[in-house]
Design a protein around this ligand. Structure first.
Ligand SMILES: Cc1cc2nc3c(=O)[nH]c(=O)nc-3n(C[C@H](O)[C@H](O)[C@H](O)COP(=O)(O)O)c2cc1C
Length: 277
């Protein structure tokens, strides 16, 4: 059957999920690509028809899909439309995220015909505590591109939409994880919780460095920073995505979370992308 359009739908505060999603849709070699980026605002009513394919790429927060991503995509619907689900995680684990995205996509009327898990530089990455630095890298993006090609082939070689068969996302291969690293991480988290040292709930601004350029205001997905008052973060609104930290040209924003050293130390081995078709 003909593939008339590839539609990328993404939520991606620090752009790693978007980069992976773009790699996949470009690999499909269709002239017609549309990107609906719901990072900064909710998608309007959008119905994607069966002759198109939707690639849905989202980050993992706490082993689940970033909650704001699902909220922002609620007006997007398929009509038995083939969908490829992509979760991007910071080299620790994605736990229930792919299954959650699968349930969401099916509810919205999509037929899940492929899935992938990719690693993206962790939102909490810093020079001092590197976590999956620079991912997705060139190899990841090439892998994404080739996966896109295979997805398109699956659709184009099927006689009808009914013959583009769905996949069971539970059968995707999980990345290998050293038990020792995992236990050390869990021990660190328990120790941190017991110590009762307050864990920061939002990034902070070094006022001596802030030039009030407003880039953080524009990058914040949830309006937690107000123009002219960049030294404050509305903690109740902050989703700790660290888009403001990564985008600040003056390095005035930082998020000094104790999770960063724990993640950096205990998950040093880079995990690789996995796909299912
Ligand atoms: C609040 C929060 C929770 C996160 N939880 C996880 C997690 O459970 N496992 C993991 O490996 N990475 C986790 N990450 C890292 C992100 O999944 C990762 O950095 C991802 O690449 C961000 O995607 P984006 O660039 O599209 O925003 C978390 C990040 C944030 C901000």
């Amino acid at each position: 059957m003909e593939l008339t359009k590839a539609h990328l739908i993404c939520f991606s505060p620090t752009s790693t999920s978007k980069q992976v999603g773009q790699g996949i849709v470009h690999g499909m070699e269709t002239e017609n690509i549309t990107i609906t980026d719901v990072t900064l605002s909710e998608a309007g009513e959008l119905d994607i028809v069966g002759s198109e394919v939707a690639v849905i790429a989202v980050p993992v927060y706490g082993g689940r899909v970033a909650p704001l991503a699902l909220q922002r995509m609620k007006n997007i619907r398929g009509n038995d439309t083939p969908a490829v689900l992509v979760v991007v995680y910071g080299n620790r684990a994605y736990e229930k995220a792919l299954m959650e995205l699968d349930a969401f996509a099916i509810r919205q009327g999509f037929k899940v015909i492929g899935a992938a898990t990719f690693v993206g530089e962790h939102s909490y990455h810093t020079e001092k505590h590197p976590i999956a630095q620079g991912r997705p890298d060139q190899d990841d993006l090439l892998f994404a591109h080739n996966f896109g090609k295979l997805v398109a082939e699956k659709i184009r070689t099927a006689e009808t939409l009914g013959k583009v068969y769905p996949v069971d996302v539970r059968s995707i291969r999980r990345p290998k994880q050293s038990l020792f690293g995992l236990l050390r991480f869990l021990r660190g988290v328990i120790k941190m919780r017991k110590s009762e040292v307050p864990v920061p709930k939002a990034p902070v601004t070094d006022e001596s460095l802030c030039i009030h350029c407003g880039i953080c205001v524009k990058k914040c997905p949830n309006a937690a920073i107000i123009k002219g008052e960049e030294q404050h973060t509305i903690v109740e609104k902050c989703i700790r995505c660290c888009a403001c930290v990564k985008a600040c040209p003056e390095r005035a924003r930082s998020f000094d979370t104790p999770f960063a050293p724990l993640l950096s130390k205990n998950f040093p081995k880079q995990k690789q992308p996995q796909t299912l078709l």
